[in-house]
Design a protein around this ligand. Structure first.
Ligand code: PGA
Length: 246
């Protein structure tokens, strides 16, 4: 796992976007899988700006890490986020857009369908965020490190984060999500973990200085050469070692 320490949220977004842009410019058939929520909003802004200034994405396949179970047009869904923050605000279109169907009545069938897509379109980049409890995707603490795409139940802290992020009440908040497991997350050629803010500092400490354990799901990345963690100063504020000057 490679760590990149940055000043703040904006620099985190810039560093992450640089990696994605290079993949899009260099690869013949780039495949980018995104996450949603607060962490990648800045990255999406940079991406949209570049596309609307002429960056060619006509050869690029876009997909996502997960999807909440609920009406597909609800404010909190991954689908809504992707259309509001990318697909509806760009002048050109990617080659393919894949999304998980959170309205499905048959989660097994939906997982089989999406896994076939993952098999056909190996990802160059998987972007992920870090839960305050250390989760990645919806792999909550306790999920075995060999998890494969599954229907996950959210921890209470995750439900609370979703409520804050999308300004919704407890009754409306989704409690389940179809998510890639650790197995599929780590299959991407590059896994970019975005971490910004003091509320993530405990999870960052566990990620870098704690033991590798399903109690802190993100520690599944520690021994992976594919993983790149981008951490800002607030998120790094509880670390004991000075990683920048090691
Ligand atoms: P956030 O969520 O980007 O909205 O902070 C991260 C996560 O829970 O995965």
């Amino acid at each position: 796992m490679k760590t990149i320490f940055v000043r703040d949220y904006d620099e985190m977004s810039e560093k992450a976007y640089e990696i994605i842009k290079e993949v899009i410019e260099k690869k013949e058939q780039p495949v980018i899988s995104m996450t949603t929520g607060g962490s990648p909003r800045g990255l999406f802004k940079l991406f949209v700006e570049d596309i609307n200034n002429g960056l060619d994405i006509s050869h690029t396949t876009m997909m996502n890490l997960d999807e909440y179970m609920g009406p597909k047009d609800a404010t909190y869904t991954v689908r809504t986020f992707m259309y509001e923050n990318l697909y509806n605000v760009i002048d050109s279109k990617p080659k393919n857009i894949f999304l998980i169907d959170g309205e499905t009545q048959d989660t097994d069938e939906e997982i089989t369908r999406y896994k076939a897509i993952l098999g056909k379109y190996p990802r160059d980049v998987q972007v992920i965020g870090l839960g305050t409890n250390g989760h990645i995707g919806a792999n909550e603490p306790g999920t075995p490190f060999d998890s494969m795409m599954f229907l996950a139940q959210h921890d209470e802290s995750t439900i609370q984060s979703t409520m804050r992020e999308y300004g919704i009440e407890r009754e409306e908040a989704p409690t389940e999500m179809i998510t890639l497991g650790f197995t599929e997350i780590l299959e991407a050629e590059k896994v970019i973990l975005l971490v910004s803010g003091k509320h993530k500092a405990g999870a960052v400490k566990a990620l870098l200085e704690g033991e590798i354990t399903p109690d802190c799901p993100a520690t599944a990345l520690r021994n992976s050469d594919n993983a790149i963690v981008i951490i800002d100063e607030d998120a790094a504020s509880l670390l004991e070692k000075d990683y920048k000057n090691l």
